[in-house]
Design a binder for this molecule. Sequence first.
Ligand code: AMP
Ligand code: ZN
Length: 488
Amino acid sequence: MQTLAWTELPSIKVFNTLGRKLETFTPFKPGLVRMYVCGPTVYDYTHLGHARTYVAFDAIKRYFRLRGFNVIHVQNITDIDDKIINRARSEGKDWREIVDIYTKDYFEMLEKLKIKVDIHPRVTEHINEIIEFIQELIDKGYAYVAPSGSVYFEVDKYPDYGSLSGLKNPEEWRQEVEVLKEKKKPYDFALWKAWKPGEPYWEAPWGRGRPGWHIECSVMSSKYLGRQFEIHGGGQDLIFPHHENERAQSEALFGVKPWVKYWLHTGYLTVHGEKMSKSLGNIIPLREAVKKWGAETLRLWLLSAHYRTQLDYSEDALEQARANLRRLRMAVEDLRKIIGSVTPPAKLTDREVKVITTVEKTYMEFHNAMSNDFNTAKALAAIMELVRIVNRDIVPGEMYVAAVRAYRVFEDFNYVFGVLDDVLYGVVKLEHEKMVEDLVNLIVRVRGELRKRKLYDIADEIRAELRRLGIQLYDYPGGKTVWRLERT
Ligand code: AMP
Ligand code: ZN
């Protein structure tokens, strides 16, 4: 007799940049994952390279949630920076205008990619906290005010500097060369940048100016996640100096070690082997890519490589992702039909038990891959094997239990990958609902016009008709009309 065996899920392992090794994930507080990801400097459109990092951390978050963790995901917006000021200057715009344009683009792109961040703090809304943080660093002797009114972190006061990046030789630490003269050491970094004419500024005890880049993430992460938290992430480019500096100033001020338990960094999205970046002039705006490929294909392609590897842009690979997506969708639709047309059996056949066992194997392979430092590439391979099982082994009209089980595995897969919402949960229907909304808005606008022209009888007739359909209109003084569905 064939029997069914159910296995336990493996514990989650993460590759920690700090120490460069795989570690079993153990949060500070059981069940809680506090995750801070360095978000965009909003001076240009979101590109595919950004999407690589955002989608990677979105999948990591989703996997933790799938495994029952409570995840708080903070992703900041850098809305004051040299790059923003320069862009505003070159376009003859106010810097806030630049910030508004690209912040809007960023939010729209996250929504398209189905990425839900819990908290999105902005630097300019945390200036007071930043000033307090810097003042405390000065009071404790970790920072000094230079003659210009800029404030620097004194790297020599933090003995563990270089551990995160692995750069232990001070020769390799040089940063912010332009202000070398007033720094005690060439590798000290700015916490506060003194005002220069024509730049935005805030008043601080040591003079007007604006925050340096690194300080913002220490301040905002601790504000929303506490003085110790589990995960800090971003692209590989941020390991040095950004994250090294964040770590130094936070551990210095808070007197805790580790400040962050696990440091996770994504590999680059490249074009012909070169990092996709504005400065190299090789960016593909995310908006264009979404239009061409659709969010699901893009997500599937981005997750078809492990997050720490380099991923090169390739239309062939995207075509492959599109084809895989189609096969995944069809498999789910087939399962739906099978589940809808068969009744649960009184007894499982040996043949079905065998099929269920192979389905379970893909389920375990999916979880083994995801638990092993979120290996989405291997996890996807397991699910594509499940597609083959559905096509080849699950007999329509017969194998209800195998079909239900396979369907559940696709649900788990989708919980992390986010590419099958439409077939699994009928977002297609929601598209119709959106159309109904647009139509009602149109009718309401036309009715508003009629009222303006004093054609009240037709306007009232429309209102009555809509009421009969369960749509109630509320007219407010000034001509504004709001509608609501009122089903009885
Ligand atoms: P930025 O606005 O350049 O600071 O980037 C915002 C986030 O996207 C950071 O976490 C970066 O590390 C990441 N990022 C930028 N370009 C790429 C790329 N080509 N590949 C992967 N991640 C990137
Ligand atoms: Zn940061």
